[in-house]
Ligand binder design. Sequence first.
Ligand code: HMG
Ligand code: MG
Length: 290
Amino acid sequence: MVRVTEVGPRDGLQNERATVPVVDKVAFVDALVAAGFPEVEVTSFVSPKWVPQLADAAEVMSRVKRRAGTLLSVLVPNEKGLEGAMAAKADKVSVFVSASEGFSQKNVNASIGVCLQRLEPVVRQARSAGLRVRGYVSCVVRCPFDGAVTPEAVRAVSERLLAMGCTEIDLGDTIGVAQPEDIERLLAGVARTVAPGTVTLHLHDTRGMAAACVERAIALGVRSFDSSAAGLGGCPYAPGAPGNLATETLLATIERCGLWHGVEAAAVAAAGARMRQTLTRLQRDSGGNS
Ligand code: HMG
Ligand code: MG
């Protein structure tokens, strides 16, 4: 069994120029939850000055339908974000750190060291409240500002996240440039700290190589991946980061490897297509300038 976390409502919609109305976001999340994912990353409690597209996080969380068996998770960058997440009754929170200094400065306005310090009380409080905590490490292969990133840098950040209490490490190829060999080198380099069977991979798909990376990762023992319905997404602070690995592609790749995921693929495709239509309508209504 391979665990698939759907991140489209968060990683997908954070990068769209148009802000999607709450009603459409809620319908998107509800459809994804109904499709049977074990986890849907719904939104972010980050600064609305930094990511205005997700400024409606509290309202979206208050309106989505909950279903036993699907965790609703949210991204938080600091204690203020955690307060929002807890008030919204998120089941799980995700903190995030970059393995490269350049992206750290651009994404959270702080060095890796300051970001990790900032996250310590966040993870501690979340764990005391009984929440699971995902620790994302970004730019695990390449940084859009600093260039190549070593597996050792990724391992060092992962170790700090685990030491502060994160229950899961999620390695992000933020700009989607990994080749299967990079994934193999990365997994070998972090194995002393995070074994392939415990790690989650979060791939973006700039060069059409994400499915090949998934196949290599599965062969090496990885059993948890993130993806985004219809391949929506990217990061507004990582130039050149287009869509996430499409969930439709991920599900088909898992099946091709002879494994199962427990998600209703047709329902995901329908939800992704509806969101693409909504984005096209919003763009048309704004005269193509959104
Ligand atoms: P800052 O400007 O250095 O810090 O931002 P600040 O503390 O001065 O805050 C600025 C303003 O935001 C203040 O408001 C704060 O109150 C407010 P003002 O006093 O000016 O009116 N604020 C908040 N409001 C709501 N919720 C909060 C919050 N925090 C501060 N939680 C900060 C520092 C970290 C807040 C900012 O840089 C930030 O929010 N960054 C998030 C950027 C982001 O969301 N990036 C995308 C997600 S990461 C990603 O996509 C990668 C991933 O997918 C994995 C991968 O692909 O690798 C996860
Ligand atoms: Mg991402």
